[in-house]
Design a protein around this ligand. Structure first.
Ligand code: AGP
Length: 362
């Protein structure tokens, strides 16, 4: 429907697409659930994943970052060993493959040339592939054995937002379905928690002014920025850094907190913005230690934490979400902060320099 891709009253597609995220999650729940409230995947997808002894995720950019979260979900929930690879590296750095590998391509557009080249190669070798994409009928969808759709609606802004959260939700559904088939004990009720996540997303999106103020305070004038986190939070930090560099041209790096002392801390000086996520119960004390280390060297700390792990001085506290699903909510503040930082710096949010929405050349 053409009206779906109008900006309407929104200043930018990116803002509209960020706002659509709660509805996208609800849409995904509907599409992947049967009348009994159980997860339903096609027989084709189910038989592909049931045959695999290892899953090789292949993707680029934001979709790669969703893949890092997907690996954790598939390994921890379903117990299937999973690797994540940047598509452009895969061709000449192919890892050792197991006997029954399944290739899982994650791509919003389904047209990314680097991923397409890998798919051609793995098919030549007779392996099976499943594509997670937002575009039915796209090349990666047509050429793979099976497809799972993101149901996120058209994504127009170059900076990907709703596709990332959609990818993670669909990966969680896939992980749960494999776990159920393998008779694993499920850690929590996924569809109920996803519905709760959508409500929390609504509440975050209703507080945009907070992130506009944070962007003004921390990023308007800065040359560089750091994103820290541990575990799931470190993957979301990578995505936050990518978003910020793409649309605001601020040099941004995402690091796992423990890696700081092995080099990056040398770059911290007076006024360096450090944006940290604190949402993982098993590492929240360690990451607090990292925040102290950078503040002691002059950094200004913007901390996004989660209830139960919060400190008084935190910039924003998110409602508690299951640790495996936190990326669905922790990424929202980072997307919004990047958006408002780009606006504050007069950048063209929807069409950043040097970038194309889908990279169809290798
Ligand atoms: C994200 O904001 C990017 N513009 C980019 O990294 C993108 O995610 C990447 O090119 C992959 O695209 P795809 O998901 O359509 O394959």
């Amino acid at each position: 429907d053409a009206s779906d891709i109008e900006k309407g009253t929104y200043a930018h597609y990116m803002l509209k697409e960020m706002d659509e995220q709660p509805a996208v999650i609800r849409n995904i729940i509907q599409h992947y659930q049967n009348e009994n409230g159980d997860i339903e995947l096609t027989e084709g997808v189910r038989s592909l994943v049931s045959e695999a002894d290892r899953i090789y995720i292949v993707a680029c950019g934001t979709s790669y970052h969703a893949g890092l979260v997907g690996k954790q979900l598939i390994e921890r929930v379903a117990g299937v060993p999973t690797e994540v690879h940047v598509a452009s590296e895969f061709g000449y750095n192919m890892p050792l493959l197991t006997e029954k590998p399944l290739f899982l391509f994650i791509s919003q557009s389904g047209e990314t040339a680097d991923s397409r080249a890998v798919l051609v190669e793995v098919k030549k070798r007779g392996y099976k592939a499943l594509t997670l994409t937002n575009v039915a009928g796209s090349t990666l969808s047509r050429e793979a054995n099976e497809t799972m759709l993101l149901h996120a609606g058209p994504e127009i802004a170059v900076a990907s937002t709703k596709a990332y959260t959609a990818q993670i939700a669909v990966l969680a559904i896939l992980a749960y379905d494999i776990a159920r088939a393998n008779g694993k004990k499920l850690p929590f009720d996924l569809m109920t928690e996803l519905a709760r996540v959508a409500t929390i997303m609504d509440s975050v999106m209703a507080q945009k002014e907070i992130f506009e103020q944070l962007a003004d305070k921390f990023l308007k004038e800065s040359r560089n920025a750091f994103f820290l986190g541990r575990g799931m939070d470190s993957y979301v930090g990578l995505e936050g850094a990518l978003k910020l560099k793409e649309i605001s041209y601020i040099q941004a790096e995402g690091y796992p907190g423990g890696e700081l002392k092995h080099g990056p801390i040398a770059l911290i000086e007076d006024g360096t913005p450090v944006i940290t996520l604190v949402s993982q119960p098993n590492t929240h004390l360690n990451i607090r230690g990292n925040i102290k280390e950078v503040v002691a060297r002059g950094a200004v700390a913007c901390t996004i934490s989660m209830e139960g792990m919060e400190h008084e001085s935190d910039s924003f506290v998110l409602p508690r979400v299951e640790p495996l699903l936190t990326p669905l909510v922790t990424v929202l503040p980072l997307q919004l902060i990047s958006y408002y930082a780009a606006l504050a710096r007069d950048c063209d949010v929807d069409k950043p320099r040097n970038l194309a929405k889908s990279v169809t050349v290798e």
